[in-house]
Write a protein that binds this ligand. Structure first.
Ligand code: ADP
Ligand code: MG
Length: 493
């Protein structure tokens, strides 16, 4: 007797097992610390200044210069650690990571290796149609950014800009807990939200403030971890997803054909959506880390850590729980509204004293869709807390039907005017009084005797009548009242 094969197994057999690979992803995120000056010097960190205009002797690695730790950067790292529910280490050590690069004048980067400032933590990530996951954080450490080489200004020379040299970065490393491009993208989105709430990194990926090294391997479920490749410096959430999908596919193809994966560092090319080899692990640097003799170990007192904890703002997960509890929101609506701080404040501003369901629907529906369409941030929304609030009041007091409100909303987007003013100027308010509607209903009935006759056989035709009446009133009649009067007049019960 033959064994029973499930449909799924058949699919695997037919497709050569492609479906049965599991993708494993771990991320190393570089997040630029929000601070006025650099990690070990007083130079400014502002973005977009003239090249070489923010470079002190320390940043240029002049001989004999001494680094001095910037307390604000330390505070920001601790704040971030607390926001990631992580262990803050009372003692951490700055090491020299030695390598040569033209835009690294010291010949080493000051980083943390064995003893990072922040240890293990976790981040919860929500999805629309599947269970939440917890991503474990392995560590967070402080390190210097390097300068920037510019190759496209001259045919003959490369230029170097040291403005970024010495700017504080937090490197946040996850455990290999992510299982798909979707999960990795959602994780980075959530991490960025947390950093922005904390005010410790602005999260602007297009300016390079947040970038990811993406480690990818594949395995058969249950097997030990496979050999990974590391895709360097991916600077958008969409690219992170594309890089993972391409890289996992590439590795699966190699393994399916009996090949082996070389552990290597790869680059993602956003023009082709592919990754390509940069250097193999055998060529990888031996950084010869050692404690920086110019810097003492960093000691943080429990009081310092406690003080930072007191100053923490309400974080997205706490806010989400409060929204569910206080406003009765669904978990999904709450997570959309807390995804950025300004949206959550917008919601609470409009919600005060109003119908919550209406408020949520207008913000997550009409408002977000419009901002999306216009490529606008909620911070630059033409619709304000006051104007949306007033619009919702006009719906609640029946001045506007849902349909009219949408028309008014469109005008608000265009003109930034208050809805009351628009309604007055355009005479848009809904006709609710029965007598005025009755006049129009009578007219439509009188003009369409054939339809009236038909209606007795086909009750569905009532919709046609409602349509006619709405047309006659330019959409201003209250549909519920129209229905009621029609049914009365035509004795439809
Ligand atoms: P390094 O890159 O310096 O060797 P680690 O070995 O600690 O550092 O790993 C760095 C990142 O790679 C971490 O985010 C970790 O989760 C991830 N990682 C480690 N092993 C794998 C694997 N087999 N597949 C995918 N990611 C992995
Ligand atoms: Mg690495």
């Amino acid at each position: 007797m033959s064994e029973i094969i499930t449909t799924n197994e058949v699919r695997h057999l037919v497709q050569g097992g492609i479906d049965s690979w599991e993708i494993i992803i771990g991320l190393e995120i570089h997040a630029q610390v929000v601070s006025n000056s650099k990690l070990f010097s007083g130079s400014s960190t502002s973005f977009g200044s003239n090249p070489m205009s923010q470079v002190s002797l320390v940043d240029a690695a002049m001989p004999g210069m001494l680094p001095v730790i910037n307390e604000e950067c330390v505070r920001q790292a601790v704040k971030t650690g607390l926001g990631l529910q992580a262990k803050i280490n009372n003692t951490s050590v700055f090491d020299r990571k030695n390598y040569f690069y033209p835009d690294l004048p010291q010949g080493y980067q000051i980083s943390q290796f064995k003893y990072p400032i922040v240890g293990e933590g976790e981040v919860a990530v929500d999805f629309k149609d599947k269970e939440s996951i917890v991503v474990n954080i392995e560590r967070l450490h402080l390190e210097q950014d390097a300068g920037k080489s510019i190759h496209d200004l001259s045919q003959d020379y490369s230029y170097i800009d040291l403005n970024r040299s010495g700017v504080a970065l937090m490197e946040i490393v996850t455990k290999p807990d992510l299982r798909s491009a979707e999960e990795a993208k959602a994780f980075v989105t959530k991490l960025r939200t947390i950093l922005r709430y904390l005010g410790t990194c602005d999260g602007n990926m297009e300016q390079g403030s947040l970038r990811a090294d993406v480690n990818v391997s594949v395995r058969k479920p249950g097997d030990a971890l496979g050999i990974r490749c590391e895709i360097k410096n991916v600077n958008s959430i969409r690219f992170i997803g594309q890089a993972i999908d391409y890289e996992a596919g590439r590795q699966i193809d190699i393994l399916e054909e009996g090949g082996i994966i070389n552990q290597e560092t790869r680059l993602f090319d956003s023009a082709t959506g592919k990754t390509r080899a940069m250097r193999s692990k055998e060529e990888a640097h031996d950084y010869r880390y050692f404690p920086d003799p110019d810097l003492l170990p960093l000691y943080l007192s429990d009081d310092f850590i406690k003080q930072v904890a007191i100053e923490l703002p309400e974080l997205p997960d706490q806010k989400k729980a409060r929204f569910i509890n206080d406003y009765g929101l669904t978990s999904y609506d709450a997570s959309i509204l807390v995804a950025d701080r300004v949206s959550s404040e917008f919601f609470e501003g409009v919600a005060k004293g109003r119908d919550i369901k209406l408020v949520v629907n207008w913000i997550t529906g009409e408002l977000f869709a419009s901002l999306n369409r216009l490529s606008l941030d909620i911070a630059n929304s033409p619709i304000t807390i006051e104007s949306l609030g007033q619009l919702i009041d006009l719906i609640s007091d029946k001045t506007l039907s849902g349909r009219l409100a949408k028309d008014v909303f469109e005008i608000m987007l265009d003109t930034k005017e208050m809805p009351k003013k628009i309604v007055e100027e355009k005479g848009l308010s809904q006709i609710t009084d029965m007598a005025s509607i009755e006049v129009v209903v009578d007219k439509v009935i009188l003009e369409n005797p054939d339809k009236v006759a038909e209606l007795l056989e086909k009750p569905k035709l009532i919709g046609w009548f409602v349509g006619q009446i709405m047309k006659e009133t330019a959409g201003k009649a209250n549909p519920a009242n129209v229905n009621k009067i029609l049914r009365d007049k035509l004795k439809l019960g």
